[in-house]
Design a protein around this ligand. Structure first.
Ligand code: SAM
Length: 278
């Protein structure tokens, strides 16, 4: 079986540590849940037959939904070809700034919004996804002469995967996304990272502060008590160690690429936490 791979570069993407993550995946499970799916590195690697995928990023999940819908998929690919053909700095800013006029943006068809999301991800600086307080995408042009939005067969492979399997696509809060998980289902949480340098109540750019990490640890525990297999990745911070001290904490080293500041790129310790032994 040919497997898909992430169709967007995504902050916190797990491609670099996929082999380490896979070591901890249970040999057998029923449904797969990924409530912070992002680019879906582990989803595509495992390609489970029954899955619930979710992310609070509505534009991102709209792309998954369009890839799953035959008609919208064709239209979206058409748009992507157009973006590739017309790609230049001026065109990038024209497409990026479509969300400055909310009335007009909200009337855009799903497939056009989906193609815009993929195009911006490929053409922007460093594959970042960042919006301002008005929810306007504000990453500058990435200065690439050409962009490859379609990536050969990849989108087609993902389209096949989402269509020929039982994959539910949501865009809600993580807690809501896992509420139907049952005994022997496998839930993988890959939340925005905790950091030892942020404090309680401090401003967090990603809107996922310490309170959210604590709420997540309670959801983790509840699922564990229900008999689900639960796995979570995060940075190796004090808070994370404290919240999950009753579970298995495996420390690994990961190389992080998405950081606007080159000097901050490098190795940071990550943890993979499981409620089961393997
Ligand atoms: C570390 S990234 C996931 C990376 C992903 N596993 C990959 O391989 O690309 C975290 C994701 O959590 C999403 N997110 C943030 N807060 C959320 C919430 N409350 N509920 C669901 N998703 C949320 C963000 O949009 C982001 O895509």
């Amino acid at each position: 079986m040919i497997k898909g791979k992430p169709f967007v570069k995504w902050a916190g993407g797990k491609r670099q540590i996929i082999d380490k993550l896979k070591q901890y995946v249970p040999d057998e499970f029923n449904a797969y849940y990924e409530p912070f799916v992002g680019g879906g590195a582990l989803l595509f690697e495992l390609s489970p037959k029954n899955a619930v995928i979710n992310d609070s990023n509505k534009e991102l999940m709209n792309v998954y939904m369009c890839i799953k819908d035959d008609k919208k998929f064709d239209l979206m690919c058409h748009e992507l070809n157009k973006h590739e053909r017309e790609h230049c700095e001026e065109y990038y800013y024209k497409i990026r700034d479509l969300d400055r006029d909310k009335n007009r943006f909200n009337r855009l068809s799903d497939y056009k919004r989906a193609a815009r999301t993929i195009y911006l991800n490929k053409a922007c600086f460093n594959g970042l996804y960042r919006v301002n307080s008005k929810n306007e995408f504000n990453v500058p042009f990435g200065k690439k002469e050409k962009v490859n939005t379609y990536e050969g067969q990849n989108l087609g492979v993902i389209c096949g995967y989402l269509n020929y399997n039982n994959i539910k696509i949501l865009s809600v809060d993580f807690e809501e996304a896992v509420k139907d998980a049952k005994k022997n289902d496998f839930v993988y949480f890959d939340p925005p990272y905790d950091s030892d340098t942020t404090t309680f109540n401090s401003y967090t750019e990603n809107g996922f502060g310490k309170e959210e990490q604590i709420r997540l640890s309670k959801v983790f525990r509840n699922l564990s008590n229900k008999g689900c297999f639960v796995m979570l990745s995060n940075h190796n911070t004090k808070l994370v160690n404290e919240l999950y001290k009753d579970f298995n904490i495996h420390v690994i080293k990961a190389k992080r690429n998405i950081n606007a500041n080159g000097s901050k790129r490098g190795k940071v310790e990550e943890v993979i936490i499981t409620n089961f032994e393997k």
